[in-house]
Design a protein around this ligand. Structure first.
Ligand code: SPV
Ligand code: MG
Length: 292
């Protein structure tokens, strides 16, 4: 059901937008903002755990969070599966668990395990095409829902392997059964992404992550036939800025009395966490006269 929703979004004619989430709370907020699907970002989940985006968090830790997110929203979640948390065998186990947890799809990238974030300095190494094709096939063969979405992400441009290599890899991953291709870039403009999209000719839905080229107007992506745009880290970055600002003000002043207009109400937290639904449920289920 949730996988079907994600598949429909990815395969629709329109350009769709996925918002990053890294916790059940951020997932609820993104859903309330109107996003029809969410990106369970490896970077953001790692950051919220206070660890590096280098598979420092185990896949069971990550899945635990994504599972809790799926439990709290009705929009589908595409999980960042990094490079698969190991080899094809790890991919199979992760995909089976994710399918059971109601996660709609996984994105696998063609780097080695442990991976590093695409934007960190230093050399980044690509996995061999054959090894990565095996992971794509293993993921497709392990999904429990026929609509589960497997996105193959090539890091060829990130690793400096060039545009022809990126296109060649995307073709090979498409042949291996990927449902969509994610082409990642760390350029400050959308040049190489646009060229890729032109040469790809809408063979399979194309997904992009405009973090470094966020200045590009969205219409450019629409005209290029991009299936999905992922805002991959904006929620965690927004929360870091807001938390840092408010906590430092409170620390400096030892006073919080004039900040209420700047932070959400406690009532808002109650609403986001279903407090009022539980209160209503108590009336129905708790024995009369019982408290709590
Ligand atoms: C993530 O959100 O973890 C991603 C996208 O993989 S990026 O950080 O741009 O590599
Ligand atoms: Mg990631």
């Amino acid at each position: 059901m949730t996988a079907t929703k994600l598949r429909q979004l990815i395969e629709s004619e329109d350009t769709e937008f996925l918002m990053e989430a890294h916790s059940p709370l951020s997932a609820r907020i993104a859903e309330e903002s109107g996003f029809k699907a969410l990106w369970a970002s490896g970077l953001s989940i790692s950051a919220s755990l206070g660890v590096s985006d280098r598979n420092e968090a185990s896949w069971t830790e990550v899945l635990g969070i994504v599972e809790a997110m799926a439990d709290r929203v009705s929009v589908p979640i595409l999980m960042d599966g990094d490079s698969g948390f190991g080899n094809f065998n790890n991919v199979r186990r992760v995909v089976r668990h994710m399918s059971k947890a109601g996660v709609a799809g996984i994105c696998l990238e063609d780097k080695l395990f442990p991976k590093a974030n695409s934007f960190v300095d230093g050399p980044q190494e690509l996995a061999s095409v054959e090894e990565f094709r095996g992971k794509i096939m293993a993921a497709k063969d392990s999904q429990l829902d026929p609509d589960f979405v497997v996105v193959a992400r090539t890091e060829a441009l990130i690793c400096g392997a060039g545009r022809d290599e990126a296109l060649c890899r995307a073709n090979r991953y498409d042949e291996a059964g990927a449902d969509a291709i994610l082409i990642h870039s760390k350029q400050a403009h959308a040049g190489e992404i646009m060229e890729f999209a032109r040469r790809w000719e809408r063979r399979r839905p194309l997904i992009i992550v405009p973090t470094t080229y966020s200045q590009t107007p969205t219409d450019v992506f629409k005209t290029a036939g991009i299936a999905c745009v992922i805002w991959a880290n904006h929620s965690v970055r927004a929360s870091v800025s807001a938390m840092r600002r408010i906590t430092s003000i409170i620390h400096e002043r030892a006073y919080a009395g004039d900040l209420d207009h700047d932070i959400c109400t406690v009532d808002d937290i109650f609403r986001l966490t279903n407090e009022y639904e539980v209160r209503d449920a108590e009336r129905r289920y708790l024995a009369p006269g019982t408290v709590g």
